[in-house]
Design a protein around this ligand. Structure first.
Ligand code: SAJ
Length: 406
């Protein structure tokens, strides 16, 4: 298993491809986007993740990682393409189908195909039937091994977690599980746990749904405390002193491309049973609107107040704006003309197009924003915001949605 072909060079595929190349595998990275392919072949990166630039540069310089728009023959094919949802939160597995179609002509008996994308239950089996149709006689000599091994890495710590996390490997049959587990054991220091494909798919969805439900509990608690005039942060601190209680943190909503998406895959597969998970999604999705309403009500007391919004990323200390509740709140304030909106985001150089195009949001540094603002809305708990001089906040209306300035 020396040659690996990784399809999809995004947040999972690129770190995986560069890690494998640095471990001595000959890796063909595949992406449909020509610009992404060119960037990587120059030894550069198109996404942000700590230390990924160094890994990719060294992988490309060693000649072991090459990117292309087409796959190549390999021992192992890893599919790491997006699995978003369509209208009505229905999962869209068309990128997985397209990736399967793309690798099918290159498969040889004995090859291993691994789906890493977070997928609805049954997707790995669908890949097996799709391959059977595309290459009916391919497994006559030796089988094609097919398995799901969901990625579980935390953005911001991807390179560390790719190696140290335990991995769940579920094959379409025991031989596939064994083959895929042997592959991961070569570079993973965590445990590699074997199961079947459907359980592996469900395990990944369960992990993110579990977190979503727990965050929803915290978010709902924050609404209840607001109504009852109780400091939710103090309350959680006290309740968490119980040995079996561990409440997560409320916030302005749940962002990113995983937790806000994956529970819907479970809801779609078992809508009558997944009532709590659906409700959790709805609670978390309603939080940005709640924060907006509160800021709007406070702004009504002023004439065109300056509203400093601290943070745009979807969570602390990263520059990832995907599905960020902070961006949604800032955007809504600007679209509805609620005061003069000033945005602060130390992790990015300029406003994203979705905010820039509105033409009425200024990007400023944290000190200037906090000094001049009438209303300060803390949206992300970046380190840069934790230690700001509290004197600067005196006399201002402050919404600390992450509870860092208590
Ligand atoms: N959040 C809160 N309160 C909390 C914890 C998180 O409001 O107490 C918010 C964050 O601010 C953020 C969102 O939830 O907006 C999600 O952040 P996160 O750090 O919980 O998770 P992600 O989306 O960055 O990564 C998750 C991880 N899953 C779990 O922890 C179960 C990661 O391990 C997965 O690999 C990743 O999803 C994925 O790719 O599926």
């Amino acid at each position: 298993m020396d040659k690996v072909c990784v399809v999809g060079l995004g947040y999972i595929g690129l770190p995986t491809a560069s890690l494998l190349a640095n471990r001595g595998y000959r890796v063909r990275g595949v992406d449909v986007n020509a610009r992404v392919v060119e960037t990587i072949n120059r030894g550069e990166i198109h996404i942000h993740e700590p230390d990924l630039d160094v890994m990719v540069r060294s992988a490309v310089n060693s000649g072991l990682l090459t990117a292309s728009q087409t796959p190549a023959p390999a021992d192992v094919f890893i599919l790491a393409v997006p699995t978003p949802f369509k209208e009505e939160h229905v999962p869209d597995i068309s990128y997985v189908e397209a990736a399967t179609q793309a690798v099918a002509p290159y498969l040889e008996p004995g090859n291993l195909v691994i789906l890493e994308s977070t997928s609805p239950v049954g997707t790995t089996e669908k890949i097996a039937s799709q391959l059977k149709k595309l290459r009916p006689n391919i497994d006559e000599g030796s089988p094609i091994y097919i398995a799901h091994c969901p990625e579980r890495v935390l953005p911001g710590q991807i390179l560390k977690e790719l190696i140290s996390n335990d991995r769940i490997v579920g094959g379409i049959d025991p031989a596939s599980t064994k083959k895929a587990a042997a592959f991961y054991k070569k570079f993973v220091t965590g445990e590699v746990l074997g199961t079947d494909a459907r359980t592996a798919e469900m395990a990944k969805l369960t992990e993110n749904a579990f977190r979503d439900v727990n965050i929803a509990f915290a978010n709902e608690l924050s609404l209840i405390c607001d109504r009852l005039n109780i400091d939710v942060w103090k309350l959680i601190e006290l309740a968490n002193r119980h040995p079996r209680v561990k409440i997560l943190k409320p916030g302005p909503g749940v962002g990113g491309h995983c937790i806000a998406v994956d529970p819907w895959f479970i809801v779609d597969s078992a809508p009558d049973q997944a009532r709590l998970m659906r409700m959790a999604r709805e609670v978390n999705d309603s939080k940005p609107e709640y924060v907006f309403d509160k800021v709007k009500a406070a702004a009504a007391e002023y004439n065109q107040p300056i509203i400093a919004c601290l943070g745009l990323a979807y969570k602390a200390n990263i520059d990832d704006l995907r599905e960020s509740p902070a961006v949604a709140i800032v955007r809504k304030l600007a679209v509805e003309g609620v005061g003069n909106v000033w945005a602060v985001e130390p992790h990015i150089k300029s406003l994203p197009a979705s905010l820039e195009d509105l033409g009425n949001i200024q990007m400023v540094d944290v000190e200037a924003a906090v000094k001049k603002a009438d209303i300060v809305v803390l949206l992300v708990d970046h380190f840069d915001f934790t230690n700001i001089d509290r004197e600067l906040l005196r006399g201002k209306i402050v919404f600390d949605t992450r509870g860092i300035w208590r």
